[in-house]
Design a protein around this ligand. Structure first.
Ligand code: ATP
Ligand code: MG
Length: 566
């Protein structure tokens, strides 16, 4: 007992390295409160990797009573759009987070420009007239120092004048840049006179045509953090080489000392995550759009039937790593199943039907029964969700003619097959036990009807319970409703898409069977379901009503099966 208790305490106090840093900063008084930010570039839709970053940034702030800003990193007008801004906001809200402020890097363009002038005055920045190619060549390599630009020693006045004229639109794209003047032989390539501004004559989705010079990521990001008093600026591992430069600007400008911390980006098996590749999938019609249920985008996952709860649980389980790794997609699916199992309504749906006729159904009398052409109808009652004691019930009509899954019947069944077989008995879920008496086939030998008798004493709740080994699903032929079902599978056939992060030939791994469309037969109560989350097709999997549904023509997307398919 002692030992168990100790172990539990240790598990609960186990902190990730970011929590440790934050707690230390608060304890030492380095910061009195926590301010984080989520800084998406509005050039695409958010994906599950971003969700990880959102849960981390918003989650840490929430945990320590702090706040999180949403800051759009809109420094490249060519690729950005308000369409993306809107979708990003929608997705963050849907995940269950609220930002303290909505900011844009472009809000700070005036301030950033002033700071660039300040760096020029300090002798720490200059206008370079070299071509892009010359600048690239001059940078040297890791083994070889770079070469100083012939424009590096311009006077402060000349630099201020040229920089202003860059801003005023006097020069063409690519003809000049503003660079920091640091050290062309620095072992960290980031310090070899990094670019601060480039000329781009393009319309910006927020600032319009006011600017034709735009700050580079390295020049903008830390300063934006600093303006917003961000205490912990969390980003992915590949930015660790940028950190010294981030600190350099903040130190030279003497502004609020935001600090950058890196964690490993999320990579998932069977998934590509870079926005460029996701855009390619959309543009080449490999998927139906950004919200195709096979996409790892948040809107795609939502349409697939993922819940915010399941995504947040996944982010929690993945944890915060310091080393790049590849997470199994089945963990994400497990989190979804775990959530839906607790919350989702159950319905019987038959995807590959074969008719089952109860030949003795109309023998004798039964009080309270109504008459249809097919005969007597009875109603079974079942909980919508057996995991939830408070769940409502549903009413399922039962009659002489039913449909069951073709795979639930086997003519030459092995001993261990406990579903329906000739001469065998099975319970129809929520209803009677039936016995297979005869099989009817068409001229090709395909089974078209299974003739059974039922045992009237086996109605659940009426008399002693008789057990049989197998239970199968069914729908009433006279009452079932046809629905359209999209069976989704992994978009790619390969777990490791050529490296971490994924390689370039990912398109050769596209799964040709990632979408199969079928019709299925559902119990009528499914038509009225308004739970707004995925439902369980019993003994099959979780499915969510798609927005393509029309009255009388419902469409369901498969979220995941009941068990891991891996
Ligand atoms: P991509 O490389 O796909 O274009 P990005 O990193 O450029 O993505 P941003 O919009 O700049 O996309 O990202 C916003 C935030 O989300 C950044 O802080 C970034 O570090 C984080 N992020 C992006 N991808 C992942 C990922 N796979 N795992 C964790 N965090 C991520
Ligand atoms: Mg980025």
């Amino acid at each position: 007992m002692e030992e168990v208790k100790k172990e539990v305490t240790e598990v609960t106090v186990q902190k990730n390295f970011l929590e440790e840093i934050i707690e230390n900063d608060l304890a030492t008084g380095k910061h009195s409160s926590v301010m984080t930010r989520f800084p998406p570039e509005p050039n695409g839709y958010l994906h599950i990797g971003h969700a990880k970053s959102i849960c981390l940034n918003f989650g840490l702030a929430r945990q320590y009573g702090g706040k999180t800003n949403l800051r759009f990193d809109d420094t490249n007008p060519v690729k950005e759009d308000t369409e993306y801004v809107d979708s990003i906001k929608e997705d963050i809200k849907w995940l269950g987070f609220e930002w303290a402020n909505e900011f844009y890097a472009s809000d700070y363009f005036d301030q950033l420009y002033e700071w660039a002038q300040k760096l020029i005055r300090m002798g720490l920045a200059y206008v370079d007239d070299q071509s892009q190619e010359e600048i690239r060549k001059g940078r040297g390599t890791v083994q070889q120092p770079g070469i100083e630009s012939p424009y590096r020693n311009r006077s402060v006045e000349e630099n201020l004048n040229l920089f202003e004229r860059m801003k005023n639109g006097e020069f063409e794209d690519g003809s000049r840049v503003l660079r920091a003047k640091i050290d062309m032989a620095h072992p960290n390539m980031m310090f070899r006179d990094p670019l601060l501004y480039r000329i781009i004559h393009a319309h910006h989705h927020r600032t319009g045509d006011k600017w034709c010079i735009y700050p580079m990521y390295d020049y903008a990001h830390g300063q934006c953090d600093s303006i917003e008093n961000i205490t912990h600026s969390i980003c992915t591992l590949e930015f660790d080489v940028h950190r010294p430069l981030y600190d350099w600007f903040i130190e030279k400008l003497g502004i609020f000392p935001s600090h950058q911390y890196e964690f490993a980006r999320l990579n998932l098996t069977y998934t590509v995550m870079s926005k460029r590749k996701l855009l390619e999938l959309v543009r080449n019609n490999f998927v139906s759009g950004w919200d195709d249920p096979r996409m790892p985008t948040i809107c795609g996952l939502r349409r697939r039937g993922y819940t915010p709860e399941s995504i947040r649980a996944f982010a929690e389980k993945v944890g915060v790593a310091k080393r790049d790794n590849l997470i199994d997609l089945s963990l994400l699916e497990w989190c979804l199943r775990d959530d839906l199992n607790k919350r989702s309504n159950r319905y019987m749906v038959i995807t590959d039907p074969v008719k089952l006729v109860i030949t003795n159904w109309n023998d004798g009398e039964c009080s309270g029964a109504t008459e249809l052409e097919t005969g007597r109808i009875e109603y079974c009652t079942a909980p919508k969700n057996p995991e939830d004691p408070q769940a409502e019930t549903r009413t399922i009509p039962f009659g002489r003619e039913l449909y069951i899954e073709r795979s639930d019947f086997m003519e030459d069944a092995p001993k261990k097959f406990f579903r329906l077989k000739p001469g065998g008995e099975v319970r129809l879920k929520y209803s009677y036990i039936v016995k297979c008496e005869e099989v009817v086939k068409d001229e090709n030998g395909k089974i078209i009807e299974i003739r059974c008798t039922y045992d009237p004493t086996t109605k659940p709740g009426a008399g002693p319970w008789r057990s049989v080994k197998g239970t199968i699903g069914w729908v009433s032929a006279a009452h079932c409703e046809k629905i359209h079902v999209r069976l989704y599978d992994r978009l790619f056939t390969q777990a490791d898409m050529g490296g971490i992060p994924e390689g370039e030939d990912y398109k050769s791994y596209l799964n040709p069977e990632s979408l199969i469309e079928i019709d299925a037969l559902a119990e009528p109560a499914l038509m009225e379901d308004d739970s707004a989350i995925a439902v369980q097709f019993e003994r099959n999997g979780y499915y969510i009503k798609d927005r393509d549904s029309k009255p009388g023509a419902l469409v369901f997307n498969k979220a995941t099966g009941l068990k891991s398919s891996f």
